[in-house]
Design a protein around this ligand. Sequence first.
Ligand code: 4M4
Ligand code: FE2
Length: 501
Amino acid sequence: MGSNTALPPAPSHFPARPQFQGFQKPGGVEADVSNLEVYGHIPADIDGTFYRVMPDPQFPPFIENDPWFNGDGSISAFRLTQGRASYRQRYVRTEKFVREREARRALLGKYRNKFTDAVEFKIRTTANTNVVHFNGKLLALKEDAPPYAMDPETLETIGLETFKGQLPSLTFTAHPKFDPDTGEMICFGYEARGDGTPDVCYYRVAPDGTFLETVWLVSPVAAMIHDFAVTENWVVFPLIPQVCDLERMRRGGEHWEWSPETPFYIGILPRVGGRPEDVRWFRHPNCFPGHSSNAYEDEAGRIVFDLGLSEKNVFFWWPDKDGNAPSPETLHSQLTRITIDPRSEDLELTAAKNVKVLEGSNSEFYRVDDRFAMRKYRHSFFDMMDPSLGTNFPAIAPVLGGGYPLYNSLAHFDIETGETEVYFPGPTHMVQEPVFIPRKGSGEEGDGYLLALVNNYASMGSELHLLDTKDFTKVVAKILLPVRLRAGLHGNWVDAADVRK
Ligand SMILES: C=Cc1ccc(O)c(OC)c1
Ligand SMILES: [Fe+2]
């Protein structure tokens, strides 16, 4: 829209929709709290910061039924040291955030549809999906743009990060992977040449920010590639059958549409030295690939790829062309192992040959001991929804809000024994994504702590629950926040020892 076009009316309050109501009501808070109340105790060997990000719209949208994925990125930093906890929170100063604050209203239109904006943006991103620590900076990530760099201490936004001009792609995944041995950051961008393009750009970055390698690929369909996986020798690109159509976007429609006809494609590329023509697109019957747990190569050289797999469209707010979408309570994602021979002539993956459910519970947001990322591993930690644990749904329903899948417990799955341990935080609580904290001085996989943000619908406040992985079902510390933090996406633990001074 041109600058002399009248702006669409800007609402003065958030709409009466589940994603803006109850616990999901936007907070708009920036904070510095020097001491948080602790029930229990924070072990003395814990010294670091838990960074996480949530979409939290600064202004009410002028878009009808704006999905929760479209809110401004707000970064929380929970600093745990010497048995104490403090908390800082800042919005990422994206171009969108800064210009909307100036205008005192929403200017950005639909999720990833520039044709619906009230003004023209150079960079539309909300930077609201993940926050990682790399080369002395925080990177606030969303898959539609380059990262925004931030100061890890002050959470001041430094600016758009293009790695001194080395970034070859218009986009950067929200799920970069870090090799625990080399510190290398392995990334990609999809729609890497712009909205609706099937181009995927794969790149590897040295710990000092030097780009080591770039490979341009073309995917079989312009689909969302949210998470991915890396092994010693391969990278794995799972395509979510949510597809983009630029014409639909031009008409003011959605960026994404669920496509039941599209298979679940998995692209396999050599991790080092691959050429564009080396990518191989395996096919699995239509389903929804969620987040990765981990991946590695077995003795036979096959790729073992563990992820959350759901039969139905988890992003139910983007239905198929006829408007069909599952209702959120019917979604069930399971930790699933897909085994792929990267050299196989046969590109069809089948349930019988290639797929095995590892853990049948309804689960998501898998985390591992990152020292074992890209390697054979034994322990996966995740969010779980098990209504039989005793959540008092009638009591919390009026304040639950919604618009996204809910999880009421944290789980530890031991892949070797097949056993699952569960931590239930309480009947009026839901959990967000956990992070794993290794125990100081212990190299044993999975030995340490799990830390997660918990929504308390009785107090309408947020809490951090800290568990010891050796006594998983009990809480070690509950850290109370003076605020309510709505649903977030991802975060990471940054140990004080790993912060470059
Ligand atoms: C969980 C996935 C996911 C995928 C795409 C997004 O834009 C996003 O924004 C918060 C989240
Ligand atoms: Fe994600």
